[in-house]
Design a protein around this ligand. Sequence first.
Ligand code: GLC
Length: 645
Amino acid sequence: MNQAHLHQIIALEKQDPAKPNEFEKFFELRLSTNLTIIKDLFFSLYPEESHTAAFKKLLHHQLPTLFKERPAPLKLLDLSRSKQRDWYQSEQLVGMQLYVDHFSKDLKGLENKLGYFEKLGVNFLHLMPITPRPKGENDGGYAVNSYHEVDKRFGTKDDLLKLTEKMRDKNMFLMLDFVANHTSNEFPWAKKAMAGDERYQEYYHIYSDRTIPDVFEKTLPEIFPLTSPGNFTFNPEMQKWVMTVFNQYQWDLNYSNPEVFIAMLGNLLKLANLGVDVVRLDALAFMWKKLDTLSQNLPGAHTLIALFRMCLQVIAPGVVFLAEAIVAPNEIIKYFGTGPLKGNECEIAYNATLMALLWDAIATKKTMLIYKNLQDLPKKNEEASWINYLRCHDDIGLGFNDRYINEVGWDAKHHRKFLLDYYCQNIEWSPAKGEMFMYNPKTGDGRITGSCASLLGLEKALEQNDAAKINQAINKIIMMHGIILSYGGIPLIYAGDEIGALNDYSYLKDIDKKEDSRWVNRPYQDWEIIAHLDSRKTYQSRIFFGLRQLIRLRKHNPVFADRNNLVLYDGHNPHVFIYERTSDKNKGVLVLCNFSESPQSIAEITLDSYGSIANTKDLISGRAITFVDGTLELKPYQLFWLSKA
Ligand code: GLC
């Protein structure tokens, strides 16, 4: 039983509905429930001998002050969320990720677009960073000048508060980023450090010569080797070296200083108080550094995240964490918490493994690697859930294990090269139109960028004006979304993908963006196209209404809530991916998808061995399925959601 369970038991025992004058009492109860864990985590990062004062500051000052600052409507929401602990696992949640300026110009504009989300069935929004950032290069806002102010280009804080209030009224959810690993070099702490204030120099990893940086460099990998090689940047004002693992203007925070943790907890709460339901913990794998290691996924990072989690739970239990850990599959799962911290770290994580494997299956037209990887992953704990996604603002990294590639009979090095060639326009016959990101000729490693539709062949098919290929690309787009909508977790559609947005090459003309091909898949929302979705039979409307139908079906089937009720089945056909979202009421849904451009069949006897499929109908077409000569045929890129009639 994790801590959230304990809070649920306590909250359910108390009066209903909770009254404002009871808020304090619940805060005290939560604090006493989490206190021992908070103390143990804190002192395991910051040895007790020298850090008792910092702990007292956290306990007696920071936690109660932050709780006082939490607005009453959110305190009320916190209590109801405590009672309904698993709200983020509901089948009702369907998400969209977007850049406010590219989508609706600003926050007021976004408020006017809420009807669009409702029409599609989206009720969970991830807004890309809206906080102030340096002019010029700023990593799409991931270099932050403040954690809780609104950058002028998006409007004002009041606009945001109005939007979140309206979203709450409509039962919509909001996710914002907490860029916890680093600030920009314009952040007030960085400015003070630059001006020579030693207290603030301790907030970052700053060294007066290269001795320690050189030792770090021996083991630290490079994140952006082409645009930001190395992990340290010389700062002329201080005449010192600053750790900058991402870009040179992103300074890594030094969490081995407890003052940083305490101050960042304040920033986290200020962000949550804007009306955030899910906090996306950006680049959290990097938060703890240690000489002679990769400084990724370290035990210290897990302790630190759990400490944030346990403190946030005391102050704002209605807010949950998403782990943005795009790391090896076995490492991702650890962000749900392991051992005594099981269930006490992040509630949600990006399912980057599934995402990368789906792109692998598209390119190879085979599903063996999906099975190999997924079957070997430890089952996540029951409180945990995924964000399932196909595309986002970042590149696609091929983050699966070489061992599995070799085990299915492919050469890992060649296979990875094939994937890069397939997606990055190095193979004539490939329908995909993507771009290379951070290709390292020394190692042959690279990542892939491009919009969902362009990677799935729509852009090329349109250029060739080939109706059959256009049709095939649409089917792929719908099938791929059908997987993220049924897999278990929150499906997160990337804005534009619901209307088949193609690559946007305009970034090449922008000096601050042209070196970063991730901008190719950060398109502007095309409202002209959207205005005609109902009246015109375009590829955009086919995709939009195709996805809308799947979203509706998802929301009508509680079996799609994430109850760890996913079972993978082997269909004895290397092109087909099959899984069931099981239900103890014999109302499970069997999902089948064909990753091949030719029809594929599955034997009735195989399907039957997974439970009786008599009286089964496909929810998507609404028709009963038929077997011909004892086999079920799947058309190219066809998706079935089979359920008892
Ligand atoms: C995350 C973001 C990415 C950003 C990085 C550094 O990975 O998704 O866009 O560059 O963090 O903040």
